[in-house]
Design a protein around this ligand. Structure first.
Ligand code: ZN
Ligand code: ZN
Length: 346
């Protein structure tokens, strides 16, 4: 089969490899769609501590089951599925308390196991057993189903941020995840949503597509001041920083309401992980700062349902469709910020 094999840092080759063979507890899927994520770009440039080369990357994927191990129950050939890439062990301290994204034995498709930038992908035993394989609702395309993965991460983030009825929510960053967060916050009952984004193009796109109540470009006005104005000087109840910007994180600490919750949802660049802030803001504001990354298999299932119900739209986020052989081009496109979501069809 054709596959995009990452052989080392920035060394990606499209080549023929053996189609995976299955154990009696595994599933083989024909990959129909796999989207490029910021993490793929990070891994392409820097590798990952859990990754051994050569590795087929790609973890936001959907496909059709073409082979099922003898002992697999509940799945059949021909079924359309989305696969949640993070595989919890379901036995450790955190899994047993429902915090699968913090699983100490977590493995992941695209890191520990070969991923979706290939014609076929083997779904490992633990993933099959622990609920990572979810049926795609009949009204969803494979493309939309692949984007259940980023939505699942947003659901995990908003759960820990406690976003709910009546909240004033600020989202910093109008990339694909910012647009997803805005829609999700509305679906959860936010009273007002405020988007902050530096890029004029992205702000315009998000204004049309995700319709925040207020859109702020911090290069044109003081974002902290404007958020204060929009909230009766109180500050926002919840803030999601959905970009890799230390400045955006620092600003969020000045925009949050007392007892509010900020989520540092986007990781900072590896070489610039530090921010500076006035600790007394926290002392007097009594607010919380949380962070989230990844998601649990049940978030993926929830995500598929939300897209199916039309509560979160993802199709419009796909700016480019590319064949597998143009994956490298896709990575550059996604990195340049020119595209939103780049979708690969193997
Ligand atoms: Zn991802
Ligand atoms: Zn675990």
């Amino acid at each position: 089969m054709r596959a995009a094999v990452l052989k080392g840092i920035e060394n990606l080759e499209i080549e023929d490899v053996f189609r995976p063979t299955l154990s009696s507890e595994e599933i083989l899927i024909k990959v129909k769609a796999c989207s490029i994520c910021g993490t793929d770009i990070r891994v392409y440039h820097h590798g990952h501590k859990h990754m051994r080369f050569p590795r087929i990357i790609g973890h936001e994927l959907s496909g059709e089951i073409v082979e099922v191990g003898k002992r697999v129950k509940g799945h059949k050939v021909g079924e359309r599925v989305a696969v949640a890439p993070a595989i919890p062990c379901e036995r450790c301290y955190y899994c047993r308390r429902g915090m699968q994204s913090m699983c100490i034995n977590l493995t992941a498709i695209g890191y520990h196991y070969d991923g979706g930038f290939a014609e076929f992908m083997r779904v490992p035993e633990d993933a099959v057993r622990n609920g990572c394989v979810n049926s795609i609702p009949s009204n969803l395309s494979f493309e939309e189903a692949a984007l259940a993965e980023p939505l699942a991460c947003a659901i995990n983030g908003q759960e820990l941020s406690g976003i709910g009825l009546g909240d004033i929510v600020v989202v910093a960053g109008a990339g694909p995840l910012g647009c997803i967060h805005l829609q999700l916050a509305k679906a959860k009952g936010a009273a007002k949503t405020i988007l902050v984004e530096l890029s004029r193009e992205r702000l315009e796109f998000a204004r049309e597509f995700a319709a925040p109540d207020v859109a702020i470009n911090p290069s044109l006005e003081d974002a902290v001041k404007r958020v204060k104005e929009e909230t009766g000087q109180r500050g926002a109840d919840k803030i999601i920083v959905a970009c890799s910007s230390g400045k955006a994180q620092e600003d969020s600490l000045q925009m949050i309401s007392p007892r509010g919750i900020i989520n540092f949802f986007g990781g900072l660049p590896l070489d610039k992980p530090f921010i500076k802030f006035n600790s007394n803001l926290v002392h007097y504001g009594e607010f919380y700062v949380v962070g989230t990354h990844g998601s649990a298999p049940h978030h993926n299932e929830l995500a598929l349902n939300l897209i199916s119900q039309g509560k979160v739209k993802v199709k419009e986020l796909i700016s480019h469709h590319l064949p597998l052989k143009k994956l490298k081009e896709g990575l550059h496109l996604a990195e340049s910020g020119k595209g939103m979501k780049v979708l690969i069809t193997p």
